[in-house]
Design a protein around this ligand. Structure first.
Ligand SMILES: NC(=O)c1ccc[n+]([C@@H]2O[C@H](COP(=O)([O-])OP(=O)(O)OC[C@H]3O[C@@H](n4cnc5c(N)ncnc54)[C@H](OP(=O)(O)O)[C@@H]3O)[C@@H](O)[C@H]2O)c1
Length: 305
């Protein structure tokens, strides 16, 4: 195992955590991941140490963090399902922060979401806001990185939009589709996280790419890049959401949550701050036109089966 400074990444065999871990390994850091899927195929050929999410055993959780200079936290649930609730995810995250403080971790880099707010009417954004407060109160030196929508190898949303556009003759945009979003490449997010780990002051940073799209523009861009011939239509949001639920049932997944749709349609996925990412979605789509959306990416498959 490598000898460098120890950095712990939650979810290094998942999506965002994988890109953070890859950067750290390239910098010669010793990397450990905490995960609920320790038997998932290891993309790092054994170079990443693995420990379980011991949320209910504080001493074991602290032991898995002892000696770490930095904890990068990607842990969160996309939507409540079965026994998994946002309230439980908040409790688990608090246990993680307490363990990091007890273990003397030097810096916490926490991946949140843009416009997280404890007063938000939308549960995902509200509970993320509650967690940000908990971090502020934790006494840990911290950076809170707040991505809008992520894209890159292994993402779910952009991939599945492309999959729908490839597969079906129609694509329904909820409403006018004039609500905006500012996607960021996962490699840019990983770089921002690693940079934030090197700083000492507490900070909160929106992680957003260089371009702002309306949802309708985004759909047309993806359609053009993957060569989709689907007819793009506008439907009342409730009807579009009903169709999304139907397709979700057909693929045994939840395609889009009400939270996500509401966040998108109320312009929560866009920042008033200058862009912090640099990779253009259109360029990335052009380079990955053959693979993006070639198969469906299932949230339930990844986390519940
Ligand atoms: N993806 C986006 O577009 C996006 C946008 C804005 C903010 N974010 C934030 O970015 C962070 C990383 O997101 P990601 O998409 O990269 O996530 P991910 O890799 O799929 O999951 C991140 C971590 O959370 C754990 N996890 C996810 N769902 C879980 C569930 N239902 N039950 C138990 N554990 C679960 C994973 O466990 P395993 O290690 O066991 O897989 C992994 O350790 C999250 O905090 C998310 O809120 C993501």
């Amino acid at each position: 195992m490598a000898e460098g400074e120890l950095h712990v990444v939650t979810g290094a065999f998942g999506f965002t955590g994988r890109f953070i871990a890859r950067r750290l390994l390239a910098e010669g850091k010793r990397v450990r991941t905490l995960t609920g899927h320790s038997r998932r195929p290891d993309p790092f050929d054994g170079r990443v140490e693995v420990a379980p999410y011991d949320f209910h055993r504080p001493a074991a959780l602290a032991a898995s963090l002892r000696g770490a200079a930095v904890l990068y936290n990607t842990y969160w649930i996309r939507f409540p399902y079965g026994a998994a609730t946002f309230e439980q995810a908040v409790e688990n995250s608090r246990a993680l922060f307490d363990a990091a403080a007890a273990a003397g971790v030097g810096r916490l880099v926490h991946i949140s979401i843009i416009n997280a707010d404890p007063a938000s009417p939308f549960p995902y954004f509200r509970w993320k806001g509650v967690l940000e407060r908990a971090i502020g109160d934790s006494g840990l030196s911290h950076a809170i990185i707040r991505p809008a929508l992520l894209f890159g190898h292994g993402d779910i949303m952009i991939n599945n939009i492309a999959w729908l556009l490839r597969r079906y003759p129609l694509f329904a945009i909820p409403g006018a589709g004039d609500y905006r979003l500012q996607p960021i490449h996962v490699e840019d997010l990983a770089e921002l996280a690693v940079r934030a780990a090197r700083q000492r002051e507490n900070l909160v940073l929106d992680a957003v790419g260089p371009e702002i799209y309306t949802f309708a523009e985004l759909i047309r861009l993806i359609a053009a890049r993957v060569g989709s011939r689907a007819r793009i239509i506008h439907l009342p949001p409730a009807l579009a959401f009903f169709l999304a639920e139907k397709v979700g049932r057909m693929v045994g997944d939840q395609l889009l949550t009400r939270d996500e749709a509401a966040g998108l349609m109320t312009n929560l996925l866009v920042s008033a701050a200058p862009p912090s990412g640099w990779t253009r979605l259109g360029d990335w789509l052009a380079e990955n036109a053959a693979s993006v959306g070639a198969s469906y990416a299932s949230e339930l498959e990844r986390h519940y089966r």
